[in-house]
Write a protein that binds this ligand. Structure first.
Ligand SMILES: *[C@@H]1O[C@H](CO)[C@@H](O)[C@H](O)[C@H]1NC(C)=O
Ligand SMILES: *[C@@H]1O[C@H](CO)[C@@H](O)[C@H](O)[C@H]1NC(C)=O
Ligand SMILES: *[C@@H]1O[C@H](CO)[C@@H](O)[C@H](O)[C@H]1NC(C)=O
Ligand SMILES: *[C@@H]1O[C@H](CO)[C@@H](O)[C@H](O)[C@H]1NC(C)=O
Length: 366
């Protein structure tokens, strides 16, 4: 017997992501790198746009057991008074109060770094904890950061699995460890740590390579590796993008292209959002959003694309139609009692399973 059922699917509405300036575990989020160059706006100014959920301070560019040094462009550098960054510390607080996660990236293109042994890994992790994991720490007085990003592009990399493990042990639960591999799979520098260590988020750089978003885009390879190869099965994969044509040698895609080329990726439950190199370029890149809504920053356009993929739900005859980003789930609902035509009560157990398809989320009544 078939029932006409009015479905109250608050469950699904609850799963929708907030669409502005607030990190959520399931995402989708926008992560933006900040810290290089002379003409950046303050960290706080970018957080206040509400288009950023994670801001990645870049970089601690030299590190070894001999010491650590950092360079945040016009934001601050290691030669500052006392080696502290007071203004950034103030802005980190501004960002965090807006719900933005502030994490710090180690590595990058320049600088000298590397970890080659378990002993070095532990020493270095402790050094980071002293500098960053304590409000009396040396770099950002009075604040605690929310995570560490590994942008390891060269150097000795034998100790990163131990480093991540030690970082996770030293910092509070919920402290994020992220990594920014090149899209070529597996990454030659940080691949082992990604496979074996407890890394939460991947900001995969889908640019400067043959696996760019507009070339042989290999999001699927990364996504599959999460379920089949990586130790952390809950890892989220971000689509890393240049914020403008000048931000990378190749791989910049406009919003129209991006929206089309990432449709499948955005429907993957391992998709975490977009990451962008970098704040200055992505916010100064003013583009036509091609929907007749005038001009906006590229990063705000990314927000619109995420918004589009996660908000429009309508319920039609028991089918939810939505370009959903939510995961497959099975719901069991008991509806009782119901009256039959002869006035007697009947119990019905109705099993729903939901299925994510290209058309959206469908409920199947079994
Ligand atoms: C986006 O890029 C594609 C491919 O290069 C191009 O055909 C299209 O005109 C561009 N759209 C906009 C709005 O710039
Ligand atoms: C958008 O910017 C272009 C130039 O980049 C300009 O020609 C156009 O008038 C702008 N459109 C709006 C609605 O502001
Ligand atoms: C939002 O989705 C609609 C329908 O799928 C599409 O036509 C539109 O271009 C999308 N807008 C953006 C900004 O991606
Ligand atoms: C969501 O759907 C409504 C009604 O169909 C439509 O007016 C609106 O433009 C859609 N929003 C997006 C972001 O696609």
């Amino acid at each position: 017997m078939y029932l006409n059922i009015l479905l109250f699917l608050l469950l699904w509405f609850n799963r929708l992501s907030p669409v502005s300036g607030k990190y959520t575990t399931d995402g989708p989020n926008i992560a933006v790198y900040w810290g290089q160059g002379a003409y950046q706006k303050s960290l706080g100014a970018y957080c206040k746009t509400q288009d950023v959920d994670i801001i990645v301070l870049s970089f601690i560019n030299d590190f070894s057991i001999k010491g650590v040094s950092y360079n945040f462009g016009n934001g601050c550098d290691a030669s500052s008074v006392d080696g502290t960054c007071e203004e950034m510390a103030h802005d980190i607080k501004v960002c965090q109060e807006l719900g933005v996660k502030v994490i710090i990236s180690i590595g990058g293109q320049n600088g000298e770094y590397g970890i080659s042994s378990t002993v070095d890994a532990k020493l270095l992790a402790n050094q980071f904890h002293d500098m960053l994991g304590d409000p009396d720490g040396t770099i950002f007085p009075g604040v605690m950061i929310d995570g560490v990003d590994l942008d390891i592009e060269k150097g000795r990399h034998g100790g990163f699995v131990d480093f991540v493990q030690e970082i996770k042990r030293l910092f509070a639960p919920g402290f994020l460890v992220t990594a920014a591999p090149q899209c070529v799979f597996p990454d030659k520098n940080i691949g082992d740590a990604i496979r074996l260590a407890d890394i939460d988020l991947l900001f995969v750089q889908f640019y400067n390579n043959y696996c760019n978003v507009d070339q042989q885009f290999n999001f699927q390879t990364w996504s599959q590796a999460v379920s089949e190869v990586f130790a952390n099965k809950r890892m989220k994969v971000y689509v890393g993008l240049p914020g403008s044509t000048e931000a990378a040698g190749s791989g910049y895609v406009n919003l129209t292209q991006l929206s089309t080329l990432t449709t499948e990726a955005r429907n993957d439950h391992r998709f975490g959002g977009f990451s962008v190199w970098d704040a200055k370029r992505g916010f100064e890149n003013i583009v036509d959003d091609s929907n007749g809504n005038g001009n906006r920053s590229y990063i705000s356009g990314l927000r619109r694309i995420l918004h589009n993929s996660s908000t429009n739900i309508s319920v039609i005859d028991g089918n939810i139609k939505s370009p959903a980003t939510t995961a497959i789930a099975t719901t069991t609902t008991t509806i009782t009692p119901l009256l039959t035509t002869d006035g007697q009560q009947e119990d019905h157990v109705v099993l729903f399973s939901s299925k994510l398809t290209n058309q959206g989320l469908q409920l199947i009544v079994q």
